[in-house]
Design a protein. Structure first.
Length: 116
């Protein structure tokens, strides 16, 4: 990684506005792009967990005596929100300390996102 700009890396954790800033103005900073991928990976994980719950709850709603299980599975979404919040703070701390450390669970996958 050539330049390490902690400010651009921290801004990468602001959804949409921060993503656009890093992608448009700090594209040559590999460190900021690393944290941009991590941030986008976190949001994709959160959206994916919600969609997985929505599909499972919709399918379970059509089955008699099991429909309440869909509501109970919402705990999975709450866990995902808690996990993303903790991982988001961890990512910001890594960005502030100039460490390119991947976020647990999502980090290695998001490093392969085609953002250059």
């Amino acid at each position: 990684m050539e330049k390490k700009s902690p400010l651009s890396a921290v801004i990468a954790y602001i959804p949409i506005i921060g993503w656009l800033y890093v992608y448009l103005f700090a594209r040559r900073d590999e460190f900021a792009l690393f944290h941009l991928r991590q941030s986008i990976g976190l949001v994709m994980f959160l959206i994916g967990s919600f969609l997985a719950w929505a599909v499972a709850a919709w399918i379970l709603a059509w089955m008699p005596y099991v429909s309440a299980l869909g509501a109970a599975l919402f705990a999975f979404v709450i866990f995902a929100i808690f996990f993303v919040a903790v991982a988001w703070v961890l990512g910001i701390i890594n960005a502030l300390t100039s460490k390119p450390r991947p976020i647990p669970i999502v980090g290695k996958w998001s490093a392969r996102l085609p953002i250059r």
